[in-house]
Design a protein around this ligand. Structure first.
Ligand SMILES: Cc1cc2nc3c(=O)[nH]c(=O)nc-3n(C[C@H](O)[C@H](O)[C@H](O)COP(=O)(O)OP(=O)(O)OC[C@H]3O[C@@H](n4cnc5c(N)ncnc54)[C@H](O)[C@@H]3O)c2cc1C
Length: 460
């Protein structure tokens, strides 16, 4: 019997893609290295929750899974900034009711996606790892980790999708075969996840409808709400170098960790009864941007999601972008492309967009940990929203374009963002409050430098 379409990896991307392909009538089989995540708990410290935004929602909607995912979501309407003295400020993300992000647990989301794949007849083989591919002979090798047996799959029958994450084995095989190149640029900062448990009444002990940030210049703590009343907090900090860094905290032991939290995040520390225990138990994770090309081998193999274009997490877009990949593949198949054309078109279509979000994600780290503290940042945000109100057909804040406008490609959001930043720079040069802004000048600048968005992009 012919091999089905193979997907490597049942993380975020694999099961969603599987559902979309199954709905098109393909036989699909997923090989996943880990045990079934519905039966075992995920290892601690690996982004327990994620921010889901418009592009991710659009992918889920395409697969008909939005209703199943909805109960897992906690809306976050803006950023809540925590100052050293414990006072907080709220900066809304957008200005329309739907302009909010959703915090979603990685594990429950994965369960819904995996269940949906199974319900659509997708065969899931856990504890099976892709080991290698031999493109000359048209084979990929998958090892059954429980029995040690290696199975060879024929690529001539049906293609393989590498949804096997940032360390993709399929990508590795492509590179070894001289069919592509890949380079990882590691960030000098690592992250560690910690828990803020629910109160005795089972409820959240901070505003649940915000992404909390403790920006400290050069590093930051953030926290996203979970449905069970807890928050997952993540510390982003230099890996090496002078204090504070993960290396200095390692050297200083638990006392140094407590001292940092007591000095910089006292209100968060008050909500973290198990800081030292969790600090010791949860590993620090690395972050990197992946530059790989090409993503496909002539209609036989295609890398998707993090396997193709892993990015740093500061715009909350890695999974969202991966779900957009799935939607683009579905669009290409809908348009009648065969695998060869679909894969080539995917590579051509997605390249600029994924490069743009990779750059914007890095920029957003600086914004979150540093710029957000600057009073001019709050003014620029306020002006952006006002300019959007006055010129909705031309001006949409870059953050909103990325997070709330799935119909605006990332690359276009980045291009328009450059022009918008120049306008905001001009307007905030002299003005310290929105009232002091010359709105006639603003209108001229907007008209001159921002072409009208296509009608659909304004939500009309
Ligand atoms: C700290 C942090 C916070 C983040 N926050 C956000 C956020 O808020 N919003 C957002 O959109 N994104 C976020 N991301 C990014 C997001 O996690 C990834 O973009 C997303 O998980 C990519 O999905 P994927 O399926 O491509 O890869 P993964 O989710 O990594 O899944 C890959 C799967 O492949 C399996 N696998 C690996 N190797 C093999 C093999 N050889 N054979 C078979 N299976 C294999 C793995 O076990 C895994 O299940 C964050 C990432 C981090 C690190």
């Amino acid at each position: 019997m012919k091999e089905p379409v193979t997907i490597l990896g049942a993380g975020c991307t694999g099961p969603l893609l599987a559902v979309l392909l199954a709905k098109r009538g393909h036989r699909v089989r997923i090989y996943e290295r880990r045990p079934d995540a519905r039966r075992v708990q995920l290892a601690a410290g690996r982004s327990i929750n994620l921010a889901l935004a418009a592009r991710g929602l659009a992918g889920l909607e395409r697969a008909g899974l939005l209703d199943a995912v909805r109960p897992l979501l906690v809306p976050m309407r803006g950023r809540r900034l925590h100052d050293l003295d414990g006072s907080t400020r709220f900066l809304p993300y957008g200005q329309r009711p739907h302009e909010q992000l959703y915090s979603v647990g990685r594990a429950p989301l994965n369960h819904v996606l995996t269940d949906a794949a199974e319900a659509h007849g997708v065969e899931l083989l856990f504890e099976h790892a892709c080991r290698d591919a031999d493109f000359a002979r048209g084979l990929i090798r998958v090892e059954d980790l429980r029995q040690g047996a290696v199975r060879e799959l024929r690529l001539a029958d049906a293609p393989v999708f590498g949804a096997d994450g940032a360390g993709s084995a399929l990508r590795g095989a492509m590179v070894r075969a001289g069919l592509g190149s890949a380079r990882e640029e590691r960030l000098a900062h690592d992250y560690k996840e910690l828990n803020i448990p629910a109160g005795a009444d089972g409820r959240w002990r901070m505003d649940p409808h915000a992404l909390h940030i403790w920006p400290r210049g050069g590093y930051m703590l953030i926290a996203l709400p979970n449905t069970d009343g807890s928050f997952t907090a993540t510390l982003f900090l230099a890996a090496e170098g002078p204090a504070p860094s993960f290396a200095s905290l390692e050297a200083g032991g638990p006392a140094a960790v407590r001292e940092l939290f007591a000095r910089e995040f006292p209100d968060a520390l008050a909500l973290m009864p198990n800081l030292e225990i969790e600090w010791a138990a949860n590993p620090a994770g690395h972050m990197a941007t992946l530059y790989a090309a090409p993503w496909q081998v002539d209609g036989r193999a295609l890398l998707v999601g993090d396997a193709a274009h892993a990015i740093v997490p500061f715009h909350g877009q890695g999974m969202n972008c991966a779900f957009e990949d799935c939607r683009v593949i579905d669009d290409l198949l809908e348009a009648g492309c065969d695998w060869g054309r679909c894969f080539a078109r995917f590579d051509a279509l997605r390249r600029d967009d994924c490069a743009a979000i990779a750059r914007m994600a890095i920029e957003n780290y600086v914004e979150m940990r540093d710029t957000v503290r600057d009073p001019r940042f709050a003014l620029a945000k306020e002006l952006s929203l006002e300019l959007e109100r006055r010129h909705p057909e031309r001006f949409i804040p870059r953050y909103s374009m990325v997070m709330f406008h799935a119909e605006i490609p990332y690359a276009e959001a980045e291009r328009r963002g450059v022009a918008q930043a120049a306008i905001l720079e001009r307007l905030t040069r002299d003005a310290r409050t929105p009232d002091a802004v010359d709105w006639a000048q603003a209108a001229r600048l907007v008209d001159e430098s921002l072409p009208r968005l296509r009608a659909h992009a304004t939500g009309t």
